[in-house]
Write a protein that binds this ligand. Structure first.
Ligand code: SF4
Ligand code: SF4
Length: 473
């Protein structure tokens, strides 16, 4: 029949019941190829609801309404979880920089060289005053039974060791403490002190040999520090709360699988293999392509699985484990780069030695992202200020192509600092995209093959409700 004019029916514009997938008020599902011989993933991107479907059952699952039934059962829970993770959290951690100085000159550092060479230490008096202000603030904002976290962070916090250790001793009942260090000053006494005060310790190492590790991490005289880091690793053996961060660059990419062997042999409890942040121009010279980064990174993940099978001991790669958790148990996420808005200024903030506050350490050195001072301004007001809002208001829904992307709530389109500095605005993507795509696809394969436990920490699901089940719910 032609002549539409004659066939206009007035009434409700869209069916209200949502009886079908992808039409009317029904949920919008996107099918994604996860590179698995048997399964594809069906994702409802807004709620991050997903289901793994056998390839040959794809049409049946749409026409027989199985997918819709599962969605009806779980979608509210998924929507609530994702909403509260994205918009309902309060800051509960501070990346606390007790000094501007560093004894190292790593190629990809986000802190300007002038600061690291000639900057200031925070005095012990000021450090105590800062912890006092933070204690009072968190006392007001967090539930009584939760402990806020203070992570002493770089430049190199142990250059100001006396003040830092005194702060840990004085405030150990008020905060959970962590230290992120380049490990050069982690001598026997320091390790003993940190262990006895249950401080979590993160050290940095980029490769399993001095020849490669020392390419990017060197002191001001150009000398590498591989040997010192390995000595510190020996001192830390047996301690539960330590980890190693490797920054993945074009320089060490090909050696990641060997690095996994090395970490496993040194009994590292957890590692992170963080892709290089390209916020500042010098680090961009080390940027690998997405495809290359994904290839070697995923091979390193495969290697952790092989070692687990051979020895029964896991080596969780924290940043990948976080993506896996984002899919199967979002509330168990430990890191906040792969959610949008990211955790910067929302779940934590960074504190410079002069009291300046930034949404995340990644912005230290970018003056226009400093907003207010801990010693003179109200923290809640700073958190609502323009520089913080630029970061906390950055949502995947406002970014092309992320707003159409089925995995946008498992990736989060990091990082706002890169988007702003490298790509020209908060509504741009960061430095990588396919790298995250490939990790999410890998994570779904891990789920499809029932290998989740091999990639996570012991007890990761303690107190968690199951939110996933392959093709069953
Ligand atoms: S995505 Fe960037 S700004 Fe956000 S928390 Fe991660 S490093 Fe910080
Ligand atoms: S960065 Fe890429 S993978 Fe991540 S949400 Fe955006 S389009 Fe998707």
């Amino acid at each position: 029949m032609t002549g539409r004019k004659n066939n206009v029916i007035h009434g409700t514009a869209a069916p209200l019941r949502g009886r079908f997938v992808n039409t009317g008020n029904g949920p919008t599902f996107q099918a994604i190829d996860i590179g698995h011989p048997e399964y594809v993933a069906m994702i409802e991107p807004d709620t991050a609801f997903w289901s793994l479907i056998q390839r040959e059952s794809l049409t049946d699952c749409l026409s027989e309404g199985d997918l819709l039934k599962s969605y009806a059962k779980k979608s509210k829970q998924f929507a609530k979880e994702i909403d509260s993770l994205r918009f309902g959290l309060k800051p509960s951690a501070v990346y606390f920089n007790p000094t501007e100085r560093c004894n190292m000159n790593c190629t990809y550092c986000y802190i300007p060289e002038k600061m690291r060479r000639h900057g200031e230490h925070m005095t012990k008096k000021k450090l105590f005053a800062a912890l006092d202000i933070l204690k009072r603030y968190f006392h007001k904002t967090l539930p009584k039974d939760s402990m806020p976290q203070i992570i002493f962070h770089g430049a190199e916090p142990l250059l100001n060791r006396e003040a830092v250790f005194a702060g840990i001793k004085e405030y150990e009942d008020d905060f959970l403490f962590g230290v992120q260090t380049n490990a050069t000053l982690l001598d026997d006494k320091a390790v003993e002190f940190l262990k006895s005060h249950h401080v979590s310790i993160g050290i940095s190492l980029d490769a399993p040999t001095a020849r490669i590790a020392d390419r990017t991490r060197k002191n001001w005289d150009g000398q590498g520090i591989f040997k010192q880091v390995v000595a510190a690793m020996e001192r830390l053996k047996g301690y539960e709360s330590w980890s190693v961060i490797c920054t993945v660059t074009g320089s060490n990419l090909r050696h990641l699988s060997k690095l996994v062997d090395f970490f496993h042999e040194k009994e590292v409890p957890t590692c992170l293999m963080n892709i290089l942040r390209c916020t500042l121009p010098p680090s961009r010279s080390l940027k690998p392509s997405d495809a290359e980064a994904a290839r070697y990174f995923l091979a390193a993940l495969d290697r952790t699985y092989e070692l687990y099978e051979q020895t029964g001991r896991r080596l969780p790669v924290g940043n990948f484990a976080n993506i896996l958790l984002a899919i199967i148990a979002p509330a168990a996420r430990r890191l906040m780069c792969d959610i949008s808005p990211c955790g910067g200024g929302r779940c934590f903030f960074a504190l410079a030695p002069n009291g300046g506050m930034f949404p995340c350490s990644e912005f230290i050195g970018l003056d226009h992202f400093q907003s207010g001072n801990l010693f003179t301004d109200d923290i809640s007001t700073i958190l609502q200020s323009e520089p913080f809002r630029l970061v906390t208001d950055r949502k995947v829904e406002d970014i092309e192509p992320c707003r159409h992307c089925a995995i946008r709530h498992f990736c989060g389109a990091p990082c706002p600092a890169e988007a702003f500095e490298m790509n020209g605005g908060m509504n741009k993507t960061g430095a990588f995209c396919e790298f995250y795509e490939e990790q999410v696809r890998y994570a779904f394969r891990v789920i499809a093959d029932g290998k989740v436990d091999a990639y996570l920490w012991d007890g990761w699901d303690k107190g968690m409700k199951t939110t996933f089940n392959i093709n069953k719910d």
